[in-house]
Design a protein around this ligand. Structure first.
Ligand code: PA5
Length: 468
C-alpha cells in the first residue's frame, strides 16, 4: 500500500493563479496520464510504434515493479540479487570505485551518492565506511587535469598499499550506446592503470553496464569479464537511474537498492490510481504547466535546501532539458542550493525578471543529530540569544522567510518535501519527476523520449577528429 511519504504543496503558488485554473487542467492531465500508461502497454505488446511516437522509451514506468516481482519469484537468481552480489564483490575487492559514464549514465548515481552518503565519505576510514569503497566519478568530461589527478591518486594508493584492498581500484563503466567518446576515452586510461597495477586480475575489477550491442559490449565480450550488466531496450539514458546503471554502483556503495525500487514502485502505483486532486505527479505538472503557459514563467528553479540535494537537482536539470527542450519550446530548469545561493542568485529571484517558478526541494529530517548554536562568554556577535537552537530550526526559519519574501512580491513558490533522505524517499522522488516529465511532454505534444539535439555536437566532434 502506497504511503505518500513525499509531499507536494503548491499552496503559496496557487494563490497567484485564478482559483478555477487548476481544476480546469484536470481533464487534460488525466488524458496525459492515460496516454503515458497506454504507452507502457503498447511498448510491452511489441506492436510497431507509430512514427509520431518514436522513440518510445516507456519501459522505466513499470521497471521497478518488474524487478521487485522478479526478486520475489527468482530469489538469488533475480537481477536484484545478482546486482547486490556483484556490488558486494566489488566492495570487498577494492577500496576505490570509479564510476565512468556521462549524462543519464552518471547523473542519477551521483545524485544518490551525494544525497544518501556522508559528504566526507571519501575522507573517512574504510572501517567508518563499513568496509565500503570510496566513490569517484569520471568519463563525464574531457578534462585532462582532472582525469590525471584521479589516476595519479589511485596509482599512488596502489603503490602505497600493494596486495591490500586499500590499494585496489575497481571500475564500473557505463554506456548504453557503448560509443560515447568521453566515457570511452576515460575507460582506456583507467583500464591501463588497472592492467599495469593488477595484471590479469583486472577482469575481476571491471564491470561494464551497457546495451545489448555496441562497442562497449564488444569490448566486454573480448575481455572475458565475469559480470556484465545490460541496460534494457526501451529505457532511455536519463530514465535509467533505477536500472543496473544506478543500481550496481548503488549496491557497491552499500545502498539499499530494494528500498530504492520500492519507493519508485510505490510512486508508480500512486500515479496510476490517485485522483487528480491528490495525485503528486499530476499536481506538480499542473502547477508547472499553468504558470508557464498562463504567466510566461519559463524558468523552473529547483531550490534545494542543503547541498546533499544539489546533484538530484542537476539530474533533474538534465531530465527536463533533454526531454522537453525541443521544437524551440520547453521550460529552462535551474538548480540552486540554499541558503548558499540566496547570497548570489537570490537577488535576481527576488527582484529580477518575472519568469520564474520556484519549487523548494526540502530534505526533511537530518541524517545525523542536529547541531545547535553553542553559547559563549564572548557574545559580541549577539548569538547567545540563539544558544541551544538547532541548525534545523534556523534552516526552517530561512525557508519560511524566503517563501514569505517571494509571496510578498507575488512571486510563486511551491514545496516538494521529503520526509528524510532515505533510499525509499529518493526512489519515490526519481520516479515522480520522471513521470511528471513524461506527462508534461504528452500534455504539450512533445515526445519526451529521445534527444536528437545532442547528436550535432557529437558528429562535429568526431568529424573534427577524423573519427569513423
Ligand atoms: O539521456 C540520454 O540518453 C543521454 O543523456 C545519455 O545518457 C548520455 O548521452 C550517455 O549516453 P551513453 O549511455 O550511450 O554513453
Amino acid at each position: 500500500m502506497f504511503e505518500p511519504l513525499l509531499s507536494y504543496d503548491p499552496g503559496a503558488a496557487l494563490k497567484l493563479l485564478p482559483p478555477e485554473r487548476i481544476p480546469a487542467l484536470k481533464n487534460a492531465l488525466n488524458a496525459a496520464r492515460d496516454e503515458t500508461l497506454n504507452d507502457v502497454e503498447h511498448w510491452q505488446s511489441g506492436l510497431p510504434v507509430p512514427r509520431e511516437k518514436q522513440p518510445l522509451d516507456a519501459g522505466f514506468i513499470q521497471w521497478p515493479e518488474e524487478l521487485l516481482a522478479d526478486l520475489e519469484r527468482s530469489g538469488s537468481a533475480s537481477l536484484v540479487a545478482r546486482l547486490e552480489s556483484c556490488g558486494r564483490r566489488l566492495a570487498d575487492s577494492a577500496d576505490s570505485l570509479v564510476v565512468l559514464g556521462i549524462g543519464g549514465s552518471y547523473m542519477g548515481m551521483r545524485a544518490m551518492f551525494e544525497a544518501l552518503r556522508s559528504p566526507v565519505w571519501n575522507e573517512q576510514s574504510r572501517a567508518t565506511r563499513g568496509e565500503l569503497p570510496r566513490l569517484y566519478f569520471d568519463g563525464w568530461n574531457v578534462d585532462s587535469d582532472q582525469q590525471r589527478a584521479l589516476l595519479s591518486l589511485l596509482d599512488e594508493r596502489a603503490a602505497t598499499f600493494p596486495n591490500s584492498v586499500h590499494g585496489r581500484t575497481a571500475v564500473i563503466v557505463i554506456s548504453k550506446s557503448g560509443g560515447t567518446l568521453e566515457t570511452a576515452v576515460a575507460y582506456r586510461n583507467f583500464r591501463d592503470l588497472l592492467e599495469r597495477r593488477f595484471g590479469t586480475d583486472v577482469v575481476n575489477l571491471i564491470v561494464p553496464v551497457t546495451g545489448e550491442s555496441g562497442r562497449l559490449r564488444n569490448l566486454a565480450k573480448a575481455s572475458g569479464f565475469p559480470d556484465v550488466f545490460s541496460i534494457p531496450d526501451g529505457i532511455g539514458g536519463r530514465f535509467s537511474v533505477l536500472t543496473s546503471v544506478g543500481l550496481l554502483p548503488a549496491a557497491a556503495a552499500g545502498l539499499n537498492i530494494r528500498a530504492l525500487l520500492q519507493g519508485a514502485a510505490d510512486m508508480t502505483q500512486h500515479f496510476r490510481t490517485a485522483p487528480f486532486e491528490s495525485n503528486l505527479v499530476l499536481q506538480f505538472v499542473a502547477v508547472c504547466h499553468a504558470f508557464e503557459v498562463d504567466l510566461g514563467l519559463t524558468c523552473r528553479i529547483l531550490s534545494t535546501w542543503g547541498s546533499k540535494l544539489e546533484a538530484v537537482g542537476l539530474w533533474y536539470d538534465q531530465l527536463l532539458s533533454e526531454s522537453l527542450g525541443k521544437h524551440e519550446r520547453g521550460a529552462t530548469p535551474l538548480t540552486v542550493v540554499n541558503t548558499r545561493d540566496l547570497h548570489s542568485r537570490g537577488q535576481q529571484h527576488q527582484a529580477g525578471r518575472r519568469d520564474k517558478l520556484i519549487t523548494n526541494l526540502l530534505p526533511g529530517k537530518p541524517q545525523l543529530p542536529s547541531l545547535t548554536v553553542p553559547s559563549h562568554a564572548l557574545d559580541q556577535d549577539l548569538l547567545n540569544q540563539l544558544a541551544g537552537t538547532p541548525l534545523t530550526r534556523i534552516l526552517q526559519a530561512a525557508v519560511a522567510g524566503t517563501n514569505q519574501a517571494y509571496a510578498d512580491d507575488r512571486r510563486p513558490t511551491a514545496d516538494l518535501a521529503l520526509p528524510a533522505l532515505t533510499e525509499h524517499a529518493i526512489g519515490q522522488l526519481f520516479q515522480m519527476l520522471m513521470l511528471a516529465t513524461v506527462v508534461e511532454g504528452r500534455l504539450v505534444g512533445t515526445n519526451p523520449y529521445g534527444q536528437p539535439g545532442v547528436e550535432a555536437y557529437k558528429q562535429n566532434t568526431q568529424a573534427n577528429l577524423g573519427l569513423k
